[in-house]
Write a protein of this length. Structure first.
Lengths: 416, 339
């Protein structure tokens, strides 16, 4: 009997929360937009940050701001008589099956007009197919697997760069340095053995061959390795003109420390973001990393060239208590791109919003990103989503590439 | 002399009453299956249909786990390996060679059963906890291998093509009903397999092995072969379930079909509902799966983890109040009525 009582208490609690969620979703005549992120589980922090970013974006759409961003000026969506967008969040826990089920629930129960997600590329893979089946646009802000836009989906859009574009930007930077008369002949690859490092190095190896750079040292190491002494010795012996590391934070810190211990000063480092653009990295070994260049999707100092960034960052910081970063800036911008399309579609019909997205054309200076513009190819990929290269000088990051958003010339070489 | 004939008559009546009970059990099961099969008549919402499909699928997978874990007493925490094999064989054959998933389901099952026999030889020499630890380690090795296997998509996984719908490809666009009946079919098959094993000589052997392997051996039970056979049957159906899951989701990657989470999810419904019983896995899954799904969907969007707190609390509650599983609750009520 006692057990049944507890069960009843529990069931009524579940029922109450269920009623609460339904009432929330159905109040007012707004435009419902589905959002799927990992709100619990190992990557919950990503989802919590994303929530702040996406809600900031919804604020920009729904209220009136003096910002040169899509749909910011007037309150709500002018094309739909000032209708406001309403974000409806769902938790996918990083599981493709749950992402698919949540997308289906948002579409059939909450009648969302589009879905934004999902951080994990694996979840974007299933959720976007569900959207395709229901004729609802799926906009990914931050899933960067290169395979996603190659599936021939009609309702899939990606505002951000994919992984291959990141490495291409790094090589374009090297080409530019070469053109400016700097000697870059040899490269060193140094990468961890999970999907991130392996993929990154594969693309880099291919690009090096295509563009006439000689890879003189090519090291795959076990991630979270207790020691990198042997690996650094190899790099030191080869002494490449540019070292291209792909590592997460702990390995990146160990790499810099080991180089320092072995008295090796690399000529240049151009890193594949991850650990090398992490605050923890600079807190630990910032003094040894002066002049290090990293790829990034976003940099706050671009505000000199993109004035909206400062104000948007203030709004975000008021909610989240921290500055915009690579992830949150892209998530925020994805909602604005989607809102712009709904506004132009003048409709909540999935097919019409899709067509509006396909004809999106937003110049870079009307975004908070370093992108040239937002314009989707037939496969739904934004081809002009250029990343930036940032350099660590004077205790902070400075954008050094591409020229459109750069605020300083790169310090080159890093060590003489 | 009279005593002996009496006891013979007694044996006979016990045997016939057991046979009668088993006939009744089949009738009861058929009635339950018919009721479940009628559910889509009242459940039209695709989200709820999705919950039903997952519930039936995990009931079937937990029933497969129960064959080895419940009846033979070998607690495997590595069944995700067989689940992954089923998912990968089905996906690779279909995506790479356009071979119908139906064949993939069977092949994956056979492959998993063979692997279970091969792995069984070293593993079943271990007892109790050591066996469980070995199964965890082997499943983790499998996960790592697939993670680094480029031909199988490595960490990128395998995407099923969109748009080729029908019973030969097991893809049904927005329609969830075929998946519902497939999952129900899988559960019905695993239930009957369990039922027939329970009444067969193997079933008695396996339970003897579970209760006391030394005593069983002294009575002539083939302990080692019993374990191997139970593992093979369990692996076969787990892999078939994996193939179904791959077709249902339309995308797999190593973590989404082979992570340790799945091994736990196969064991948990059986433990919750009643380990080593015919209906335990189904009762456990019917409580556990809708609970996790609905809590996540309607309480999880806030990101404060309320759903997980409630879920964890409930599992603790059952563990404390009903360690034999939820099924013992019904049996208690039944006994109360009969006296």
């Amino acid at each position: 009997m006692r057990v049944i009582d507890r069960r009843e208490v529990f069931l009524s609690a579940a029922a109450l929360s269920l009623i609460g969620a339904r009432a929330f979703a159905q109040s007012g005549a707004e435009v419902p937009v589905g959002v799927i992120y990992p709100l619990s589980g190992a990557n919950a922090q990503i989802g919590v940050d994303a929530r702040h970013a996406l809600e900031t974006a919804a604020d920009i759409v729904n209220k009136s701001f003096d910002l040169d961003l899509p749909t910011a000026k007037n309150a709500g969506l002018a094309g739909l008589g000032g209708a406001k967008i309403k974000l409806i969040f769902a938790d996918h826990q990083g599981d493709p099956q749950k992402g698919r089920a949540e997308a289906e629930r948002l579409i059939t129960q909450d009648k969302v007009v589009a879905i934004v997600g999902a951080f994990h590329s694996s979840v974007s893979a299933t959720a976007s197919v569900t959207c395709e089946r229901y004729g609802i646009p799926y906009v990914t802000a931050d899933s960067s697997s290169p395979s996603l836009h190659k599936r021939g989906l009609k309702f899939f859009f990606r505002t951000t760069a994919h992984d291959e574009m990141f490495s291409i930007a790094m090589f374009e930077f090297l080409d530019a340095q070469r053109k400016a008369g700097r000697k870059i002949d040899t490269l060193g690859l140094f990468f961890e053995d999970t999907i991130f490092g392996t993929d990154s190095s594969n693309v880099q190896r291919k690009l090096a061959a295509e563009r006439g750079y000689k890879v003189v040292v090519d090291i795959k190491y076990k991630s979270n390795s207790p020691s990198l002494t042997a690996e650094v010795q190899q790099i030191k012996t080869a002494n490449p003109d540019v070292l291209l590391p792909s590592s997460y934070t702990t390995d990146a810190i160990l790499l810099m420390k080991t180089m320092d211990e072995l008295g090796y000063k690399p000529k240049n480092i151009v890193a594949q973001a991850a650990g090398f653009s992490d605050k923890a990295f600079f807190d630990a070994v910032g003094d040894k990393a002066v002049g290090l260049i990293s790829r990034a999707s976003f940099s706050l100092d671009m505000a000199q060239k993109r004035p909206s960034i400062l104000k948007v960052n203030e709004m975000f910081k008021a909610r989240a208590g921290r500055d915009l970063n690579d992830n949150t800036s892209r998530q925020l911008m994805a909602v604005l791109v989607l809102a712009d399309a709904i506004d132009r579609a003048r409709s909540t019909d999935g097919e019409k919003i899709r067509d509006a997205l396909a004809t999106t054309e937003i110049p870079g200076n009307r975004t908070i990103m370093p992108w040239k513009r937002v314009k989707f190819g037939a496969d739904g990929q934004n081809v002009d989503a250029d990343p930036v290269l940032i350099q660590y000088v004077g205790g902070q990051f400075v954008t050094v590439y591409p020229a459109a958003v750069a605020v300083a010339e790169p310090l080159w070489p890093m060590n003489t | 002399m009279t005593e002996l004939t009496l006891s013979r008559a007694e044996t006979k009546s016990v045997a016939s009453s057991i046979a009668e009970m088993r006939r009744f059990e089949i009738l009861k099961a058929l009635a339950i299956f018919a009721l479940v099969a009628a559910l889509p008549i009242i459940v039209h919402d695709v989200y709820l249909q999705n919950v039903l499909i997952l519930t039936l699928m995990f009931a079937a997978l937990s029933q497969s786990w129960n064959i080895l874990g419940g009846y033979c007493g070998q607690i495997s925490l590595g069944n995700a390996l067989y689940f992954g094999i089923g998912a990968y064989v089905t996906s690779m054959l279909f995506v790479g060679f356009s071979i119908t998933p139906w064949l993939g389901l069977g092949l994956g099952g056979v492959l998993a059963a063979v692997l279970a026999v091969v792995l069984g030889y070293p593993c079943f020499r271990l007892k109790g906890h050591y066996f469980s630890i070995a199964t965890i380690v082997i499943a983790e090795i499998g996960l790592l291998l697939v993670h680094n296997w480029d031909y199988a998509g490595a960490a990128l996984g395998i995407q099923w093509p969109v748009g080729q719908d029908g019973w030969t490809t097991l893809q049904f666009a927005r329609n969830k009903i075929p998946y519902f009946y497939l999952a129900l079919g899988l559960f019905v098959v695993t239930w009957f397999v369990t039922f027939f094993i329970e009444g067969s000589r193997w079933g008695y052997w396996w339970r003897a092995v579970r209760d006391n392997p030394e005593a069983a051996r002294s009575l002539g039970v083939e302990v080692f072969r019993s374990k191997i056979a139970a593992a093979a049957v369990s692996a076969f159906f787990t892999a078939v379930g994996g193939g179904f899951y791959a077709a249902f989701v339309g995308y797999i990657d190593p973590d989404s079909v082979m992570s340790f989470r799945f091994s736990l999810l196969f064991a948990l419904p059986a433990v919750l509902g009643g380990i080593g019983t015919l209906w335990g896995p189904a009762v456990g899954a019917a409580v556990l799966i809708p609970l996790t799904e609905i809590l996540r969907s309607y309480a999880g969007g806030s990101g404060n983890g309320l759903d997980l707190i409630i879920y964890g609390g409930l599992v603790m509650l059952v563990a404390l109040a009903k360690p034999d599983g939820l099924l013992s609750l019904f049996q208690l009520m039944g006994r109360g009525r009969s006296t």
